[in-house]
Design a binder for this molecule. Sequence first.
Ligand code: WT7
Length: 650
Amino acid sequence: MSFDAHYISEKVFQPSLPFKENAVVNTDDLYQEADQDRMEFWNKQAQKLEWIKPWEATCEWNKPFAKWFVNGKLNASVNCIDRHLETKKDKIALQWEGENGLERNITYKELSQHVNQLSNVLRNQLSVKKGDRVTLYMPLIPELVFAVLACARIGAIHSVVFGGFSAESLKDRVQDSDSKLVITADGGSRRGKILNLKNIVDEALDNNEHHVENVLVVKHAHNDCHWEEGRDVDYQTSMEKESAECKAEVMDSEDPLFILYTSGTTGKPKGILHTTGGYLTHATYSTKVVFDLKDDDVYWCTADIGWITGHTYLTYGPLSNGATVFMYEGTPDYPDQGIFWKLIEKYKISIMYTAPTAIRSFMKWGDHIPAKYDLSSLRLLGSVGEPINPEAWTWYYTHIGNNNCPIVDTWWQTETGGIMISTLPGLHNMKPGYAGKPLPGISADICDHKDASVQKGGGLLSLTEPWPSMARGIWGDNERFKEVYWSQLDSYFTGDGAIRDKDGYIMVLGRVDDVINIAGHRIGTMEVESSLVDCDKVAEAAVVGVQDEIKGQALLAFVILKKDTVETDELKYELKQFVSKKISPIAKPKFIVFTEDLPKTRSGKIMRRLLKAIALNQEVGDTTSLANPGIVSELRERFKKEKKESIPQI
Ligand code: WT7
């Protein structure tokens, strides 16, 4: 990729004086402390948690494997629940609304009861032990939070799989993690329809290649579903048998807390492993300072718990801080395009954290929609998942924040566990398009391919010192962990390209590898290619990213069909559905271009660089090494035609 900024905005915005005055952080002190003694700084952050036994050393660094708060003992669920019970038992922990208007308010005391009972169910009835893996495949309902925290309480390792993933993707993840239990629901609501999650679980488990003993089913949507006697267990009736007291497991700081799968450059998703003490320390600290979290805030992170954002900033971070978290099981366009603003007005939400793709949709739907609602409860806005273009930033700032709410553009990854780069809202000015600076305690640099720090212009974004919430590995594949993240540069390589301005603000430009960011979700092009060639009509496929007005990026697939297969529009549709069913609707190509050939070197290697240039309508440069130079202009023409003819998909 080239490192030219897509957009340079010269505008600088300042937080208001009252915001600054009341902010959690409004001086440079944290930066100074961290610069003077980084380890002491992290010790101080970790001390804010409740530990059963203190740690003996802050960090043991055996590149690329870190240990933080060595030999310290704690439990994450105790930190998110029990320690608040003395002062906050009647405070609302979770405020939930369903798509059909159903409401639930859960206090910290009630959260404690649910989580303890569920922990007992797992331990006593389903014999889940410390270290066992549990896959959670659920809608965004309070029971998903209970399940996450119950696993944490008994030391089981949770692996949440987003409810939009297909049976096959779920199967791969259940198998790779070797889960003993799956927790699911009968169904979840999606735009007025019910998604039968239980059926998908049944399909995923319909083979002998796993060790799942039980499926615990929450009756949520009350749809009919198949019941497998002896394996399936009803959530409600099991809960009723258990007491609301369950002793928390004593966890080592380095005991695994969860695995979360994310896409990489190969066809196989990576199970990113996070451990307990370091992860929770950074989750707690970063939530507090980046979101300026106060006791009376109503905080809404719109992400699903199936993604890392929902782990760190819907569950562990805010609950560890004793906050009131709002959750909504639904999409921004149903029952109408005003639903998000209606919820903000109704629940007096003060902090909203969402993704640029959603903001661009809101923008397209029109200013008049949010204008109908009272959004004056908002005081801080956040953005995550992909670069935010200044136009969307400014719209968010003006039409949602009423020119009065700072925006934090937070850069991080599944692998980093928590926010690495952002402005601190009461301290820094904001520059649309720039995420900001590394947080106190975090060190980042921009390097060239030879690992030298780049002072001017762009380069590869790397994180140069270990941090508490860094991934501890890829589940079952530490060699891949070393190769993907630690072999290109001397320090951790993020996969992103970035530039830095004179004030040290970092603008993240996007991925430099074959990972595509669609609406804030990572999809590896290889994964889509291998799913396409699984279709018996396809001989070969090459997938690249194209720009998309709303989703940031979308997929373009060049497909060579098998002999005697006819190129029809129906087949294009069929292939899109095929990928959607195999991986997830997120991975569905937007464009399919049939071709008889791909640009290849004389040794038969596909030149992806050329396909990327075609997708982005850029010059291709030197093509003399191609076996078939004419193919480039041919594919360009075909893609142009496809763009003109393809029917936009919702
Ligand atoms: C990739 C990580 C972090 C939680 C959600 C996605 C991109 C993320 C930003 C941002 C520019 C961003 C990067 C990164 N990304 N936040 N504020 N500005 N790019 O987590 O699925 O692990 O994806 O998302 O490309 O590498 P993820």
